[in-house]
Ligand binder design. Structure first.
Ligand SMILES: [Zn+2]
Length: 473
């Protein structure tokens, strides 16, 4: 019993693959679980036609589970990322760019955890300035108890990666460090530490702090930052947005006349051109329905989707946020609700020429979303969002996606609101994705398939950048 393997024609990726026909049963291993090195010492797969080019290009089949997993984790660790959804900004956006110790520690994830750990009143916390809030959170979550939650550990991962001493760190020392940085150089350093080449922002033309920056004469984005047009106010609050569009010179009306619909399309066109947006996006509550009779559905159907199609850009839906479950927590007070995947299916079926990128907040929606994506080539599931961005869930969701959808997903986005968060979000996620993928390739090798470094590299590049870049083109 042996495998006859020969170099196959290069795939469209340009990577030389190896095709193998296994005769007999058993192949290189039993293919189960994470057990020992199933192929070590085995002669079953040794008949491999190997050329020196294959070795040099990483086309040599890797042997043994341990070697495969080591290679996968190394390659995933080195992969360059295009982070397809963040809330980061370049320097030109001034105060919209959040960075540094106080911003990291007062992130809304940690504010919610602070109120669980203390009996502080909302009023007393919110009346403090940001440094005071950070001090209170640091004391409660990092001094009085161990910071084992994902959000708390993430702060330490980021500080450590920037060379700061986390063994006995003091807020004053951390603040002193961030006060001393040159912001432009710091952005580069953070991106390097995270292995991120580019991030996609969340650009809201209805935001009074953001809009004027785009309108400045000669404004141009730096290469690290790409735009995405976020249109929540347009879709979810037409009665207010309509008035604002009129102020900006668009002939909109509350009743959504044909003229108004045409003017909304012109507004979207203008902003897509202005920002060079890679996609449009909206965040939706778990109750979102499609189709339905509402201004939101009309605007979606008559404006957003035709414009997406015209420009050849996808529409991203982030579904499942239950807004303001606890108003006292402000931004930290949002929750999660299970949404209806049938609505996503109907949307994708009705609009086969529009590409949809979808992430859902409820763990309970993940399996149905994967199954929907199997049926719908214009649906790209992405990321482990917000309350799902935890190791146990990232691992579970990544495994499920790879098993149901192979390599046709975007496994993660950072959703970073504070610059340094990209470091921890990618560092933690890389470790998990590498682990899951390592097991998958080891199981694959157990079938006799030749798993090579060059093939792994190509696959990993798809997951970390190419799937997204090809989807938005
Ligand atoms: Zn977001």
């Amino acid at each position: 019993m042996y495998a006859v393997c020969a170099p196959a024609a290069a795939e469209e990726s340009g990577v030389a693959g190896v095709s193998c026909a296994v005769s007999g049963v058993g192949g290189a291993g039993d293919g189960c679980g994470d057990g020992g090195d199933a192929s070590a010492g085995s002669e079953k797969t040794e008949v491999v036609a190997m050329t020196s080019e294959m070795r040099q290009s990483g086309a040599e089949p890797l042997r043994g589970r341990a070697a495969i997993r080591e290679a996968v984790e190394r390659i995933v660790g080195e992969a360059r990322v295009v982070d397809m959804h963040t809330h980061l900004y370049p320097e030109a956006f001034g105060k919209l760019l959040l960075y540094g110790f106080d911003a990291l520690v007062t992130y809304h994830y940690l504010i919610a955890e602070y109120f669980r750990a203390t009996r502080a009143s909302y009023e007393s916390f919110w009346s403090r300035d940001r440094a005071g809030q950070a001090d209170a959170i640091w004391q409660a979550l990092f001094v009085e108890r161990s910071p084992i939650s994902e959000a708390a550990r993430g702060v330490l991962t980021a500080l450590q990666a920037l060379g700061l001493d986390t063994t006995d760190g003091k807020p004053a020392d951390f603040r002193a460090h961030f006060r001393s940085v040159d912001v432009g150089a710091h952005i580069e350093r953070v991106f390097d530490a995270a292995g991120v080449d580019e991030v996609v922002m969340t650009n809201d033309p209805f935001d009074d702090a953001e809009r004027p920056v785009w309108m400045e004469e000669g404004f141009a984005l730096t290469s690290r930052f790409r735009a995405a047009l976020r249109i929540d106010p347009l879709l979810l609050d037409w009665s207010s947005s309509c008035g604002r569009l009129r102020v900006w010179g668009y002939n909109a009306d509350a009743l959504l006349s044909e003229t108004a619909l045409s003017e909304v399309r012109r507004f979207l066109d203008d902003w897509i051109y202005r920002t060079k947006a890679l996609y449009m996006a909206v965040s939706l509550p778990p109750t979102w329905a499609y189709p339905e009779e509402s201004p939101s559905a009309t605007l979606l159907e008559r404006c957003v989707l035709p414009v997406a199609q015209d420009h050849g850009i996808p529409f991203a839906l982030m579904i499942g946020v239950q807004r303001t479950v606890n108003p006292g927590l402000r931004l930290a007070g949002d929750g999660v609700g299970r949404a209806d995947v049938r609505a996503v299916e109907r949307l994708c079926i009705r609009h086969p020429d529009v590409r949809f990128m979808v992430t859902m907040l409820a763990r309970e929606n993940q399996h149905e979303l994967c199954v929907a994506a199997r049926k719908l080539p214009n649906l790209l599931p992405f990321g482990c969002w917000w309350f799902l961005n935890n190791p146990s869930l990232i691992e579970e969701i990544t495994r499920m996606r790879l098993e149901l959808l192979g390599l046709t997903v975007v496994p993660q986005h950072s959703d970073a609101r504070v610059l340094e968060q990209v470091i921890y979000k990618w560092k933690h996620s890389r470790a998990l994705i590498g682990e899951v993928l390592g097991r998958k390739y080891a199981d694959l090798a157990a079938t006799g398939w030749a798993v090579t470094e060059s093939a792994i590299r190509s696959d990993v590049e798809r997951l970390f950048s190419r799937n997204f870049l090809e989807f938005v083109q």
